[in-house]
Design a protein around this ligand. Structure first.
Ligand code: PLP
Length: 393
């Protein structure tokens, strides 16, 4: 790692030279750290963890974790044991939890790497308990309580049985946790119901630390902070308060290269399957990014009534918002640059697909999905560069 560089100087370990890449992905680790500190500041006493599953929501575990460690983060959540091992490779001391639970025959790996499973069923609880009994070590694990997701976790019906179970005696119950269904909707009554349910279950486990809030949960007025916050999305710049101004700093910027510019007359068919026929003369720019880069095909620009129930994707070209025209291809996107002064745009220029007022939430909306999916699909063909974070100084 290059040390002694200015914290604002981008650095890269990309195997793709910038000049050969269709897109330039810039990840601002200083913004990541600022976001973590902001979320941490929302709770007076609770510890703030970081959820770094799915390669830290696409931005890169090996970059995000060192930056967060340096900022003081001590607890990390991932989905899978393979991700947990990557985190452990970076830090010998941090606490690491695996959300998706204890897969069969992985117990020894958990123990060897000092990684903690989040036990999500009685069957997993039994296996961890048995494993700890056999090894004679009271190894830590979290217990997931299902307060409404019906996905992972011990159901409230079973929780009092579990609370009295001798299975708890052979391991260290280090955390009780549950997960919000709709915390990004502050008026959703499910939030309070889940809080009440978690509160009731928690009473059965006196003295055990608890964790409930994801990114949006942290900003819910009625959610107790408990002992540990578990933000993911907001760390990476996603808006935890949809419909309100985003309190987070932008972490991800994506720029795409213009490879052609052309002017077409009225009646011209644009892109695959003629999803757009021009009404008048139009100036087009073709960008070297497509759905193979994880940029959603569903951001295509179409006049087709049953497909056009959401905004098309947008590129910012010299400060102006230019919509996608026609179908997004595997490797290319066509945009309408008619309103741009021809003197201010040329082949080779970079246009912005994320950043300059286009958030990951916006891209999610124009794709009929959410920003989480956009982030976690960020492609592998970009030239990737990082700002700040793990650089000394
Ligand atoms: C993904 C996840 C989180 C983080 O959620 P965000 O909405 O990204 O902040 C927290 N807890 C659990 C159980 C998760 O699966």
């Amino acid at each position: 790692m290059s040390t002694g560089m200015n914290r604002e100087t981008p650095h890269s370990d990309s195997t793709i030279p910038a000049a050969e890449a269709g897109g330039i992905l810039t990840i601002n680790l200083n913004a990541l750290v600022a976001n973590w500190l902001f979320l941490k500041s929302q709770a007076a006493t609770a510890e703030c963890a970081a959820v770094v599953k799915a390669n830290a929501y696409g931005i890169g575990i090996e970059h995000a974790v060192p930056a967060l460690l340096k900022a003081g983060c001590k607890t990390f959540f991932v989905a899978l044991l393979s991700e947990a091992k990557r985190v452990r490779n970076i830090t010998p001391d941090a606490t690491i939890y695996v959300l998706n639970g204890l897969f069969a025959d992985t117990e020894t790996t958990y123990a060897a790497y000092n990684i903690r499973p989040v036990l999500g069923s009685i069957e997993e609880l039994e296996r961890w308990s048995l494993f700890c009994k056999h090894t004679g070590k009271k190894l830590p694990a979290a217990l997931h309580i299902d307060t409404g997701m019906s996905r992972l976790g011990i159901t409230p019906d079973d929780i009092s049985t579990v609370a009295q179970s001798p299975l708890l005696e052979s391991f260290e119950l280090s955390l009780l946790m549950s997960h919000f269904v709709s915390s990004e909707e502050p008026d959703n009554q499910l939030n309070q119901r889940q809080i009440d349910c978690f509160e009731n279950c928690r009473q059965l486990f006196p003295g055990i630390p608890a964790s409930l809030s994801n990114s949006s949960g942290i900003l819910l007025a009625n959610a107790p902070t408990y002992d540990l916050l578990r933000p993911g999305y907001a760390l990476y710049g996603g808006n935890p308060t949809p419909g309100k101004p985003n309190p987070m700093q932008e972490v991800v910027t994506l720029k795409g290269r213009i490879v052609q510019i052309r002017t077409v007359p009225a009646g011209t068919s644009i892109g695959y399957n003629s999803r757009w026929i021009t009404d008048g003369e139009m100036r087009l720019a073709t960008i070297s990014i497509g759905y193979a880069d994880g940029y959603p095909r569903s951001t295509s620009g179409t006049k087709d009534k049953h497909l056009a129930n959401k905004p098309a994707g947008i590129a910012v070209v010299s400060g102006e918002r230019c919509p996608f025209i026609g179908t997004v291809s595997m490797d290319l996107i066509i945009i309408n640059i008619t309103k741009i002064d021809p003197a201010s745009v040329k082949v080779g220029d970079l246009v912005t697909l994320i950043g300059d007022g286009i958030s990951v939430d916006d891209v999610g909306l124009s794709a009929g999905t959410n920003g989480y999916e956009v982030l976690t699909h960020l492609g592998k063909r970009y030239f990737r560069q990082y700002i700040g974070g793990d650089i000394d100084g």
